[in-house]
Design a protein around this ligand. Sequence first.
Ligand code: ATP
Ligand code: MG
Length: 327
Amino acid sequence: MANALLELRDLEVAFTIGKRTYPALQHITFQVGEKETVGIVGESGCGKSLTSLSVMGLLPETAAMTKGGIVLDGRPMEASSREGWSTVRGKQVSMIFQNPMSALNPLMPVGKQIAEMAMAHLSVSKPEAKRLAMDMMAKVGLSRVERLYNDYPHQLSGGMMQRIMIAMALICKPKLLIADEPTTALDVTIQAQILDLLRDLNESTGTAILFISHDLGVIREVCRRVIVMYAGTIVEDASVEEILDHPKHPYTAALLQSLPSADKRGRPLYTIPGRVPPITDRGAGCPFAGRCPSASDTCKSAAPALWQVGAQHRVRCHLYADGGRAV
Ligand SMILES: Nc1ncnc2c1ncn2[C@@H]1O[C@H](COP(=O)(O)OP(=O)(O)OP(=O)(O)O)[C@@H](O)[C@H]1O
Ligand SMILES: [Mg+2]
């Protein structure tokens, strides 16, 4: 890809628990190009948030990047350099979190929080920051922004708060917006509005989006490409159409089977039996082997490689060892 905005190269992140370290992410390699919309999907505990926190330089204290690296807009990010991260955060890459209530300051009017973000990163005066904040609030679909500017977070609905978070993330015009489950806490109507807003933003401003969700149905509303994660690794990576129409990994196929659709109406929804193994209990084989209908003895003993199975399609599964090229 010529213009990679974000590049993760064989990233490994591990937690130290007691005297041992446990990898939570392994072999994470992918790129997000300028203006691209990429989704990350997987069940709870697969490593979606850790991937995004790594990109923001916001890993928990007990976690560290133990291998590989991150290149943001051509700039290699040093895990140890707080300064390096704080110059890119907000300006190059911004993040919206699942729960806006925990990310906003409850004691400061919401408009002021957006304006402070502008003042911290753009060299603008206080009145100019206020004007920019109100413009952005209107742009993300909030109305009566003069009044709303002075409201406190608890006075707003969930959907309005998520719009405030989006305005805050966009005020410095980042090249990349990371959205980690931004609509999970919202009802379906508001969710649809926020997804529309993100899609419009990408189209009108060219902001690239890395969209994280456990729900492929939501991802397909916003993204062109999707990365499927399982137990801390990428198991499949392809265009959204390819993933929906020709899933290769048995895990992706199972995720699709559990998606609600019109033809499954009236029937109980499929759920994948078993659970994602915790980081303290990941053996040598494929972590999906215990839940996989196609697992063989090899799957239980050896970790699968990532195979290139199409021009833009990668899959980490022993089933494709003969037909693909290891990458
Ligand atoms: N502070 C922590 N200490 C130890 N392990 C952790 C910590 N935070 C996350 N993990 C582990 O790292 C793995 C990945 O977690 P992560 O939060 O990235 O998952 P996720 O895919 O975002 O899940 P969810 O859909 O629930 O948000 C999980 O197995 C989790 O238990
Ligand atoms: Mg998460």
